[in-house]
Design a binder for this molecule. Structure first.
Ligand SMILES: [Zn+2]
Length: 308
C-alpha cells in the first residue's frame, strides 16, 4: 500500500494533546471525506501513569473515534521536545511522506515548554520539507552518524582508552556504515505502539519535497482571541470520548468507586471551553484556531458569524 497522502496533519507534543485541542475539527473533516492524520512527537514514557505501550493503545483507540486515517508517534524524548536540526528533519520527513495541504500545530505560546517548542519545531519542519535540495534521509543519517561518533569518542574518554588515530577512524567508519543501514526513524508498522492505520513510509523510502499550503494553530487553556472557530457541535461528544480513551491518564482520579466525579470534572472543563469558543461564533461548541495570515473574502454578504 502506498503512503497515504493526507489533507490535514495535526502535529502535537504529546499523545492526548490533539484530543484536547482540535479533535473535533479532525473528526468533522473526516466526516466530510477528508483524510486526516496525527503525528505525536513523543510517546509518553515520562508520564507517571501508564507505560508508553498503554499510551500507544489508548492513542490508537482515540484515533479510531476521531476517524483519522493515520497516526504515528516519533521517538523524541517526552518532556524534552527540543527544536534541534535532527528533530526538524524527523518531522520534515513525515510531512514529505504524508503530504498534507493543512498542518495544525500547537499555539506558539503556552505553559508547557513541549507545547510551544513543538509549535516552532513544526513550523520550521514545514519549511524544511519544501526545500528541493534537502535530502532529508541523508541529512538524518549524517546527523545521527555524527552523534554516534561523538558518543563513542566520549565513551572512549570516559573509559580511559587511548586510541590511535587509525583505529579511531576505522571505528567511526564502522559506526557510520551501521547507522546508514539502520532505519532513520521508528516509523515501521511493527514498532511497538508506534503505528496506527496504514502507513508504509518506512526507512529507505524517499519522498519528494512538499510544503503544506496552510499552517493553523490550535489552542486551549490559553487566553488568546482566536482568528476563527470551527463549529464542533456535532462532534463534541465523540471528541470527549476520544479523550476518555486515555484511561491511564485519569486512573488515579478514578481510584475506588468515585469514578464519576473525575470524569464529570473533566467534562465540565472541556465543555466550558468548547461552549465559550462556540459562543464567540454563535454556535453551541467550538474549537479555536489562529492563523498568522489575514483572511481573504470574495463575497462580503457570505461572511459567517452575526455582528449584532
Ligand atoms: Zn501536552
Amino acid at each position: 500500500m502506498a503512503t497515504p497522502e493526507l489533507d490535514i496533519l495535526a502535529i502535537a507534543a504529546h499523545r492526548d494533546d490533539v484530543e484536547q485541542t482540535c479533535g473535533g475539527t479532525l473528526l468533522k473533516m473526516a466526516e466530510q471525506g477528508k483524510r486526516t492524520g496525527i503525528l505525536d512527537l513523543t510517546r509518553g514514557e515520562m508520564g507517571t501513569r501508564g507505560s508508553a505501550e498503554d499510551r500507544a493503545a489508548e492513542a490508537a483507540a482515540a484515533a479510531r473515534i476521531l476517524q483519522v486515517s493515520w497516526r504515528e508517534a516519533l521517538d523524541i524524548p517526552d518532556g524534552r521536545v527540543e527544536n534541534t536540526w535532527e528533530n526538524r528533519l524527523k518531522v520534515a520527513r513525515v510531512i514529505r511522506q504524508t503530504r498534507p495541504r493543512v498542518v495544525i500545530l500547537p499555539y506558539w505560546k503556552g505553559r508547557h515548554p513541549d507545547h510551544y517548542t513543538a509549535s516552532k519545531l513544526g513550523y520550521e519542519a514545514c519549511f524544511l520539507a519544501g526545500l528541493a535540495k534537502l535530502d532529508v534521509d541523508r541529512a538524518l543519517s549524517t546527523q545521527q552518524s555524527a552523534f554516534s561518533q561523538i558518543a563513542s569518542a566520549v565513551a572512549s574518554v570516559v573509559a580511559g582508552e587511548r586510541q590511535e588515530p587509525s583505529a579511531a577512524k576505522a571505528a567511526s567508519t564502522r559506526t557510520h556504515r551501521g547507522t546508514t543501514e539502520e532505519p532513520a526513524l521508528s516509523l515501521s508498522k511493527g514498532a511497538p505502539g508506534a503505528a496506527y492505520g496504514e502507513f508504509s513510509g518506512g526507512a529507505g523510502e524517499t519522498a519528494a519535497p512538499h510544503r503544506p499550503f496552510k499552517i493553523i494553530y490550535a489552542t486551549l487553556y490559553y487566553d488568546i482571541r482566536p482568528s476563527f472557530v470551527v463549529d464542533i457541535t456535532d462532534q463534541f461528544e465523540a471528541r470527549f470520548e476520544s479523550l476518555m480513551a486515555y484511561k491511564t491518564q485519569f486512573s488515579d482520579q478514578e481510584a475506588g468507586k468515585d469514578i464519576f466525579p473525575a470524569r464529570d470534572e473533566i467534562r465540565a472543563r472541556i465543555e466550558s471551553m468548547a461552549r465559550f469558543y462556540g459562543m464567540l461564533a454563535g454556535v453551541t461548541y467550538g474549537e479555536p484556531f489562529l492563523q498568522k495570515e489575514v483572511g481573504l473574502v470574495e463575497d462580503v454578504t457570505a461572511i459567517p458569524v452575526k455582528s449584532i
